[in-house]
Design a protein around this ligand. Structure first.
Ligand SMILES: [Zn+2]
Length: 180
């Protein structure tokens, strides 16, 4: 797994000083969100949006619960953060997510003007932050983010593996839709 981070300002801070010291803390909250999805029988992905060291939005995948193809963790966290801020523009904010964002979520991240994306596990099937595409750092778009991959990827990946193992074995306990 590659651990890369790109500074928008070449010649700026050295790589060792780029990330705030509490990245792991925020990723652990995102992992807790992923577990909430797991408990519902949803593919376990969690996300948080952080503004100036404070969590202003969080979300976990609710695609089945809401019957909504757009109800990914990142989309819900971005919407919650925008509501908390009272504006769609989330410049200066960081987004932490347990799984590499898909093209839809990467598009929303760019549209929200997120400053920095930190994700856990890479997604070989839909990853749009470096694996299949890198939409958040595409010079043709009107905004680019800083990007860090692989933070607590072992834990994020293990939650997903465990979920799919249970799904295949038919032992997943799904909450009913009216238990939202
Ligand atoms: Zn997505």
């Amino acid at each position: 797994m590659s651990n890369h981070m790109r500074d928008e300002h070449p010649g700026g801070e050295p790589p060792s000083l780029l990330g705030p010291p509490d990245d792991e803390t925020f990723m652990r909250v995102a992992l807790q969100e992923a577990l909430l999805a797991y408990e519902r029988g949803e593919v376990p992905v969690g996300a948080v949006v952080v503004d100036d060291g404070r969590i202003i939005g969080r979300g976990h995948n609710l695609r089945e619960t809401l019957n909504d193809p757009t109800a990914h963790a990142e989309m819900l966290a971005l919407t919650a953060a925008a509501e908390a801020r009272g504006e769609w523009r989330l410049d200066g904010c960081s987004l932490y997510v347990t799984l590499e964002p898909c093209p839809m979520c990467a598009g929303a991240i760019v549209n929200a003007r997120i400053k920095r994306v930190v994700f856990g596990a890479s997604d070989p099937k839909a990853g749009a932050c470096g694996t299949l595409f890198n939409l958040v750092q595409d010079a043709r778009l009107n905004h680019r983010t800083e990007l860090q991959s692989g933070l607590l990827s072992g834990e994020a990946g293990e939650i997903l593996k465990s979920f799919f193992r249970e799904a295949r074995a038919g032992t997943l306990k799904r909450k009913r839709k009216d238990e939202v």
